[in-house]
Design a protein around this ligand. Structure first.
Ligand code: P6P
Length: 339
């Protein structure tokens, strides 16, 4: 068996050869995201120590107080990407407003939206967390990016991916020609190809949701969960519930093992949240892109996630994603309740 040692950069260059029109700048942009991920990995992997050492009393080289990890990750992403000349604008889960490219740096033809450290509240209990990114092409006129460049539907993404900081650190991304996973080898500091062309199973026995909200869900969603509990799978096993509270970890498992991840809207109870919790632009759209590229399906229960035209930067949507047969079934039950 030949064990190919392929770095992300080599894999991107090889892919690029098949798409001559794609110039090197996309590869360079991805390399900058990878650099940011390595710096974030370095801090996340010793988070417990920094908590113990009371790192918040430190002042770093920039004269700033050392920040909480999610704020740290946000600064790393911005600092690694704002001067590379490939981006015309950015947006982050941590920033209320769009992040312009500083005037002193050249503006490029790509747009980056990201959640720098999703699930960061789980770090204290050593549960996997992750960074999520979505890349679009600039569509606005003029040199610098505008809000319209950020508010694009997910089907127009040029690429998307996540880094999961778990028992191993992995980069999973797609540029429209399949989903590929790379595992970080800390001894050489490289992400090496470990999961080529990831394909999600057509159906799965795992459902992933916060059942604590069960009573707030719509009848169709409740029916689906009860069905998952009652239905035996082909192997005559009952379904399993797996939920970490970190979207990146739950989506990563869903990609590999199949089944469905769902964060429905909460339509009943004292504090209804019909749009749910997850953000469209830098959580659901990039994850939907990956799930579809791996042969799965992702919707808000009624509409394909990638078709939703965003109307605001931090817009939330209900999210159902995973094996196509699982998502089709919950969509059928939601349509039935609406009939
Ligand atoms: P809940 C983490 O805070 C996050 O944004 C996602 O990573 C995760 O899927 C979700 O929220 C968990 O939310 O309400 O179940 O704690």
């Amino acid at each position: 068996m030949t064990y190919k040692i392929i770095t992300v950069q080599r894999h991107i260059m090889d892919t690029q050869r098949r798409y001559p029109q794609a110039r090197g700048e996309f590869s360079d942009l991805l390399s900058q995201i990878i650099l940011a991920a390595k710096v974030i990995y370095r801090e996340v992997s010793k988070a417990g120590l920094s908590d113990v050492l009371g790192a918040t009393d430190d002042i770093n080289v920039h004269g700033e107080r050392v920040m909480k990890l999610d704020k740290f990750a946000n600064t790393v992403m911005i600092r690694a990407l704002d001067h590379g000349g490939h981006l015309c604008i950015m947006a982050s889960e941590e920033n209320e407003d769009p992040i312009p490219i500083p005037e002193e740096y050249p503006s490029g033809k790509y747009v980056l939206l990201f959640d720098p450290l999703d699930g960061s509240s789980n770090i204290a209990v050593n549960v996997s967390v992750g960074s999520i990114f979505s890349i679009h092409r600039k569509i606005s006129s003029g040199k610098r990016g505008k809000l319209e460049d950020l508010l694009q539907p997910g089907y127009k993404q040029a690429g998307a991916g996540y880094i999961i900081y778990g028992s191993s650190t992995m980069l999973v991304f797609s540029t429209g020609v399949g989903v590929h996973g790379f595992t970080l080898d800390p001894s050489v500091g490289e992400f090496l190809l470990s999961h080529e062309n990831m394909q999600i199973p057509e159906s799965g026995a795992i459902y992933s949701c916060n059942e604590g909200y069960f009573n707030s869900w719509s009848p169709g969603v409740k029916e689906y969960i009860l069905q998952m509990k009652q239905n035996a799978t082909a192997e005559n096993k009952s379904a399993s519930l797996r939920y970490t509270g970190s979207m990146v970890a739950d989506i990563h498992r869903t990609l590999l093992y199949g089944g469905i991840f769902l964060y429905p809207g909460q339509v009943a109870g004292p504090a209804p949240k019909p749009e749910g919790k997850l953000r469209l632009l830098y959580e659901c759209a990039p994850m939907a892109y990956l799930i579809e590229q791996a042969g799965g399906r992702a919707s808000d229960g009624l509409r394909r996630i990638l078709d939703i035209a965003p109307d605001s930067l931090h817009q939330r949507v209900p999210f159902f994603a995973g094996s196509s047969l699982n998502v089709l079934e919950v969509e059928r039950l939601i349509r039935e309740e609406q009939a």
